[in-house]
Design a protein around this ligand. Sequence first.
Ligand code: CTP
Length: 488
Amino acid sequence: MKSGSSSLKIKKHLLPLSLSETEEKIISLVARSARELNLPVFLVGGHVRDKILQRPSKDIDFVVVGSGVELAESVAAHFHPAASLAVYKNFGTALVKHEDFEVEFVGARKESYRGDSRKPIVEDGTLEDDLSRRDFTINALAVSLNDDDYGMLYDAFDGLKDIEKKIIRTPLNPDITFSDDPLRMMRAIRFASQLSFRIEPETWQSLVRNRERISIISAERITEEMNKIILSPKPSVGFDLLFKSGLLKIFFPEFEKLFGVEHVEGKGHKDNFYHTLQVLDNLSEKSDDLWLRWAAILHDIAKPDTKRFEKGRGWTFHGHEVVGARKVERIFRKLHLPLNEKMKFVQKMVMLHLRPIVLSKEEVTDSAIRRLLFDAGDDIDSLMMLCESDITSKNEKKVKRYLENFQLVRTKLKEVEASDRLRNWQPPISGELIMKTFGKPPGKEIGIIKDAIREAILEGVISNTFDDAYNFMLAKAKELGWECVNKY
Ligand code: CTP
């Protein structure tokens, strides 16, 4: 079978791709099915890019000169047992799942777009039509799976050279590529951050020029790209580009507001935008947890709201952790991030982010350590990681001192945890037992006794044991003039 593209001016290279066993199996099945149906087929897009870059990839895209759905149906049936198949008639695409791979089939198309929508008007096209309507040259590479030139790389836009030179560039005039689909502006920045590539100047200028078009893209899709930036090895690369392009101000103005330094009486505060990016990069070296990285982004989000210049003291941001924790939900809602326990975790981290720092500056008392463990619970290690990342001072002596104090806090945390077991603390005396012991109905007074027991444990007056707590309860009740009616 002919590739169907021999008349096109397409450069060819032999491609030495190294494929896993499963990838080999999928690709040879696709080639076999295409041969049977006499349909020219090409491996295309991100999978080709990632294979050349030797990055892992679980999505494989195929472009078919003809019906992508017909080929997908045949491929799904060739698996034993048959693979699951989903057909998206409106888009002319189909998805086959095999093991942990998602294999997508699309017919080669010629697309044109209306100004107010991402929805393309789609017509059948040639391979070159299809490649030219893709986002970047590095994603517009196709590998033939056809008998006459099996394994050849179709590289119409010098994508291979751009991969070598680490460049993000659009195949066509960037104004057309970005206007066709403004999400590509986010993708350009995401690839730059993920792959440590640089955006070619003409593409960048067009991105800046077209930035307002991002408003036709849904919050979910923008956030999906932003999360990929956050998960990239050095997320500050992506956020700096989002900031400089003006995109950040459009979809996440709360973050952009952290930028800038104000001076009063010759005193300036630090730039909280670049400080936050430094914290995010520091943290990203230690953790790839998306939500902890979100906590780094949001830890100082309320600094602009709480900023004051106090004579004699300089700049203060009192209560920014409390106001910040309150802002988290609004931001999550707007960005279509999940409003579940992930959000609660971020709120908790923002709320507590000053606690270990304050502790490390002061004398580290056992009761302060107990309170920190009590409030942070199982998230104490994440909190400590965030706080250590928050040290961005350029003064080496200061950094050394903070880090040493943090080490002391960590050691104390271990000691207190071993003796008091306060992580995810459960009261040793229940409300029911208090009611039963003194023959009292539920009410405010029961809560008073419970709080007093908790405070006594946290302050180290009594140990975190049933016996100590029980005796303490009896003494406290006596002070209140209660009579014990049921001894334990
Ligand atoms: N594509 C495009 N414009 C978009 C999205 C995708 O031109 N807005 C094309 C690109 O050729 C891309 C291919 O469709 O390579 C597959 O898209 P997708 O799976 O979303 O992205 P990948 O490039 O594979 O990257 P990743 O898997 O990292 O998202």
